[in-house]
Design a protein around this ligand. Structure first.
Ligand code: FPP
Length: 246
């Protein structure tokens, strides 16, 4: 912890929690046990981010591609997500955390949508930290949905195509007011973005760990933050330009 500079924390941390299935299989357990343990770790990591002063956390909870998993596994994950949203509501309200969901939420069951709506509504005035769950989410789908809505606005005469710039595209994303992630953590030793936040990750620092998500602890989060603090973020500039601006 002493290695961490509180003045250089990433504002927004995004996480791809990977490795639940492998964690369970290595123990001869059904994959569902890995997802169950994965939910416990989400609970701990949200608390840890809150304690450390991270302002925004986005978690890739379920991708549009994950619908192609065996139907039993999808059902188990959906049940766990529903239970997580229900059991965490009071603590998230108390912690001052504002929750939202991004993705094609209409794909989710009415029960899960209702839980998410309640969580979103009950936390909407919180401002200690923001927590976004990406559910039935894919970066390409998000861009397709934005393009469709921009096309509709052009057709309705509300938007001049010549005036479309990066900022206006941002305004059509699922959560336009969230800043771009500064740090992306992926567990489970995979070195891919897997269709996560494709627009928003343009200048995000990427961090991979071999740790499987169910084994990920606060110390692993701190290690990722320390690694982030050692990076030089140049945004296309040169090193000396960056040093001059400090
Ligand atoms: C990743 O491990 C897990 C998923 C893709 C699905 C479910 C995610 C969770 C239950 C954690 C997030 C929970 C909340 C409450 C936001 P995997 O199954 O892809 O693991 P593998 O690569 O080892 O098979």
């Amino acid at each position: 912890m002493a290695r961490l500079d509180p003045n250089k924390l990433p504002r927004h941390v995004a996480i791809i929690p990977d490795g639940n299935g492998r964690w369970a299989e290595a123990r001869g357990l059904p994959r569902e046990q890995g997802h169950r343990q994965g939910c416990e770790v989400v609970r701990e990591v949200v608390r840890a981010c809150h304690e450390l002063g991270i302002r925004v956390l986005t978690l890739f909870a379920f991708s549009t591609e994950n619908w192609d998993r065996p139907v039993e596994e999808v059902g188990e994950i959906m049940d766990l997500l529903e239970r997580y949203m229900e059991s965490e509501t009071d603590e998230l309200v108390e912690q001052g955390i504002r929750v939202q969901a991004i993705g094609r939420l209409s794909d989710l069951s009415p029960e899960l949508r209702q839980r998410l709506e309640e969580l979103t509504r009950r936390t909407e005035h919180n401002d200690e930290m923001r927590l976004a769950f990406a559910l039935s989410y894919s970066g390409r789908t998000e861009i397709v949905d934005a393009v469709r809505n921009i096309a509709r606005a052009v057709e309705a005469g509300c938007v001049d195509p010549e005036a479309i710039d990066e900022k206006s595209v941002q305004n059509y994303l699922y959560a336009p007011d969230l800043p771009d992630p500064d740090l992306l953590i992926r567990t489970g030793d995979e070195h891919r973005i897997s269709n996560f936040l494709l627009w928003q990750l343009a200048y995000t620092e990427l961090y991979h760990t071999e740790r499987l998500w169910p084994d990920f602890r606060k110390q692993d989060l701190v290690d990722a933050l320390v690694a982030y603090q050692g990076r030089e973020r140049r945004f296309g500039r040169t090193s000396s330009q960056v040093r001059e601006r400090r």
